[in-house]
Design a binder for this molecule. Structure first.
Ligand code: SAH
Length: 370
C-alpha cells in the first residue's frame, strides 16, 4: 500500500529540491539554506520560529509542507538504558524509534553515548519466524521525510535533557537501521534519508556512524557496497547452516549462504571495514555447539565481528532464549577461535524493546477498543 500525504514533509526535501521549489516562487537561492538551518541546526519546532523569513513566506511554507510528518504518541523510559518512542504517521500507522545508551563510568546516563535505532518500514515482508515486526506482514514503506523525522524528534527530546553546547550537532552518536522493517527493501527512500542526515546542510551526521542491518537481500548488499557514502553493514545471520537458517528465515530460500557469504565478502573488501554478523540465540533452534562452530568458521573467513543476542520473547510466539550457561558455552567457541564477539544481555524487557513489540501491543489495544 502506498501512502500519499496531503502535503510533503519538509524533512524529505534536499537543498536542491527545496531551492527549486522556492525559485518557482521567485525566492533567492539562499532561502533554502536558511530554512534548512532552522530545521536541522536551530531545531525550529514551528514555521513561526523562523523569524528571519517574511510572514507571507512562512504562510506559504505552512500551506505547502508539513514540518514533521509524524507525532509522538508515547515516550517510554525504561528503568535501564533503553528508551522507546512510538510515533504515529499521517495515516495512523505506528513506528518505533529506540534510544540506547551506553553507560560510561563517571558520566550520567543522559550524558552517555547514544545509539538511535530507527525503523525503515511499517511492518515487514521478510516473515522471519521469530520476529514481532513481521507477524502482520508489510503495511508500507516509509518515505525519506518520515525516516529523517524520527531522528529530528530524538534531537528535540535529547536537547531538552542535555542541552549541548553546540545545538547544530546531532544529539546522538550512532544510528542503526534495525527497527521495524527491512532497510534494503526500502532502498531508495532510505538512502535519500541518510543522505539528508549526512549532508552538511542537514544534521552533518557521518556515514561511518550509520549501520544498516539486513536479513540478507544479496543484490541490495552489492548495490550498497557501491554507494559513495560508506555506511556500515550488519547481517542478521541467525543460522550458520542453510538447514537451520531456512527454518527461521524464509529469505534464505532466495539467498542461501552460498550467495550471501560472497556478497558480505564483496562488501567488506570494498569498504575495508568489519561487517557485523548478528546471531540471536534461540533455545533448541540455533544454539547447538555445532552451530557455534559453523558460525565461528564463517566469521573467521569473513573477518567479521559476531554479535550474539539472547532472544527476547514475543507474545504469541513459542521461542525462548537459552540458559546463561548455554549462551556462554556458545560464545566461548567463538572467543577461543579467536573471533571478535559480543554477547549482549538485553536490558530492556520492561519496555517491550524487542523489535516491533510496542507497536504490536498498541495495534492490538486499538483493535480491542474498536
Ligand atoms: N530487517 C532487518 C532489521 C530489523 S530487525 C534485519 O533483519 O536485520 C533488527 C534485528 O533484531 C535483527 O537482527 C532481528 O533478527 C532481531 N530480532 C527480531 N526479533 C527479535 C527478538 N524477538 N529478539 C531478539 N532479536 C530480535
Amino acid at each position: 500500500m502506498k501512502f500519499t500525504p496531503a502535503k510533503p514533509a519538509l524533512t524529505g526535501e534536499t537543498l536542491e529540491s527545496l531551492t527549486a521549489r522556492l525559485k518557482e516562487r521567485g525566492e533567492p537561492a539562499f532561502r533554502a539554506k536558511q530554512i534548512l538551518e532552522w530545521v536541522y541546526k536551530k531545531r525550529a519546532r514551528s514555521w513561526d520560529d523562523m523569524t528571519n523569513l517574511s510572514k507571507p513566506l512562512r504562510a506559504w511554507l505552512a500551506e505547502t509542507f508539513d514540518l514533521l510528518p509524524l507525532s509522538l504518541l508515547f515516550d517510554k523510559q525504561s528503568r535501564d538504558v533503553t528508551d522507546k518512542l512510538l510515533f504515529e504517521l499521517g495515516d495512523r500507522s505506528l513506528i518505533e524509534t529506540v534510544i540506547i545508551r551506553a553507560p560510561q563510568e563517571g558520566v550520567g546516563l543522559d550524558q552517555s553515548r547514544k545509539t538511535i535505532c530507527i525503523s525503515p518500514q511499517v511492518g515487514c515482508a521478510m516473515a522471519c519466524k521469530f520476529c514481532a515486526s513481521g507477524l502482520a506482514g508489510l503495511k508500507r514503506d516509509l518515505n525519506a521525510g518520515e525516516i529523517v523525522a524520527q531522528l529530528l524528534q530524538v534531537c528535540y527530546r535529547e536537547d531538552a535533557r542535555t542541552p549541548r553546547a553546540r545545538m547544530e550537532l546531532a544529539s546522538f552518536d550512532n544510528i542503526v537501521v534495525m527497527g521495524m522493517g527491512e532497510p534494503l527493501a526500502n532502498y531508495d527512500a532510505l538512502i535519500e534519508a541518510l543522505t539528508i542526515l549526512n549532508a552538511e546542510w542537514g544534521l552533518g551526521f557521518g556515514a561511518r556512524r550509520i549501520t544498516l542491518s539486513t536479513s540478507g537481500l544479496v543484490p541490495k548488499i552489492l548495490r550498497l557496497a557501491e554507494e559513495p557514502l560508506g555506511f556500515r553493514l550488519a547481517i542478521s545471520l541467525h543460522g550458520a547452516t542453510d538447514e537451520v537458517r531456512e527454518k527461521i528465515m524464509p529469505v534464505n530460500k532466495a539467498f542461501p549462504l552460498a550467495k550471501l557469504i560472497p556478497a558480505i565478502r564483496a562488501f567488506s573488501e570494498k569498504h575495508g571495514r568489519m561487517v557485523t554478523l548478528e546471531f540471536i540465540l534461540i533455545e533448541d533452534i540455533n544454539d547447538s555447539l555445532d552451530q557455534a562452530r559453523a558460525l565461528r568458521d564463517i566469521a573467521r573467513d569473513l573477518h567479521a565481528h559476531v554479535n550474539l543476542i539472547p532472544y527476547n520473547t514475543v507474545e504469541g510466539l513459542p521461542w525462548k532464549r537459552p540458559s546463561n550457561t548455554r549462551q556462554e558455552k556458545f560464545a566461548d567457541i567463538l572467543r577461543h577461535a579467536p573471533v571478535s564477539v559480543t554477547l549482549r544481555r538485553e536490558k530492556c524487557h520492561d519496555i517491550d524493546a524487542a523489535c516491533g513489540q510496542l507497536r504490536l501491543k498498541t495495534e492490538r489495544d486499538r483493535a480491542d477498543a474498536a
